[in-house]
Ligand binder design. Structure first.
Ligand code: AP5
Length: 216
């Protein structure tokens, strides 16, 4: 969890590759729907491009349709971008309790506003496989092309400065209270995300060890 551009997608990609988690990114699910211009994608597009969150009911319905109970029971799922509101947190906790899962544990990637703006203004994304690059800190090997699938890289529509501003405000208003609630219940581990990607990854791997111990 963390503000826009804190590095959730970047770190999730590594955790999936190196620790074998399955990755459930609500942002990626929605962007795929938009690319395919499904009815859900058309509905999601206007919320995302304005930098706002989808309504809780719609987001939960989409997530439930992509994730079955079997997957949840098997565990090892890394949620990226969910829950993002107190209503989503409440829903998720009830869902996990229903299937007798371990309680939710979260990693908070902490970073300041100026660093977020630098990251988002230089981000390049692969519209085909979802890989994430940065003009300065993580350039692709061939300019403008994805290293993994060769597709032309794009700038996300919600990385326009006005949309970034709105996303930061939405984060403070709707998502920060979720982090505070998890913090109060000691279900949140804070990581310094304003470090090079390898260092952030090391902190996360250590945090996951602590989380597993706490959840047992
Ligand atoms: P989502 O895709 O989840 O967007 P976000 O939370 O705003 O996060 P980002 O994807 O922008 O950033 P990130 O933290 O993954 O950073 P990244 O690794 O790319 O959601 C998009 C939209 O979908 C939402 O705004 C909303 O409309 C909707 N939505 C999604 N979930 C929802 C929900 N639960 N409810 C309702 N609506 C929902 O890194 C950013 C850049 O920094 C990259 O260029 C990267 O290369 C670079 N970088 C990363 N780490 C480092 C580092 N350590 N050092 C230097 N550069 C770095």
């Amino acid at each position: 969890m963390g503000p826009p551009g804190c590095g959730k997608g970047t770190q999730a990609e590594r955790l999936v590759r190196q620790a074998g988690f399955s990755h459930v990114s609500t942002g990626e699910i929605l962007r795929r729907e938009i690319r395919e211009q499904t009815p859900t994608g058309r509905e999601a597009q206007r919320w995302i491009e304005d930098g706002r969150l989808l309504p809780d009911e719609l987001m939960i319905q989409i997530l439930r349709s992509r994730l079955d109970e079997q997957q949840l029971r098997r565990g090892g799922i890394l949620f990226d971008g969910f829950p993002r509101t107190l209503a989503q947190l409440e829903y998720m906790e009830a869902w996990l309790a229903e299937i007798h899962s371990s309680p939710l544990c979260a990693i908070f990637l902490h970073i300041d506003r100026q660093a977020i703006i630098e990251r988002l203004s230089g981000r390049l994304s692969c519209p085909q496989c979802g890989a994430v690059y940065h003009e300065k800190s993580r350039p692709p090997q061939q300019t403008g092309r994805c290293d993994h699938c060769g597709a032309p890289l794009v700038r996300r529509a919600d990385d326009r400065p006005e949309a970034v501003q709105e996303r930061l405000e939405v984060y403070e208003r709707q998502t920060a209270p979720v982090l505070e609630a998890l913090q109060r219940r000691e279900q949140l581990i804070r990581v310094d995300a304003d470090r090079p990607p390898d260092e952030v990854f090391t902190q996360i791997v250590e945090a996951i060890g602590d989380i597993s111990d706490e959840c047992e």
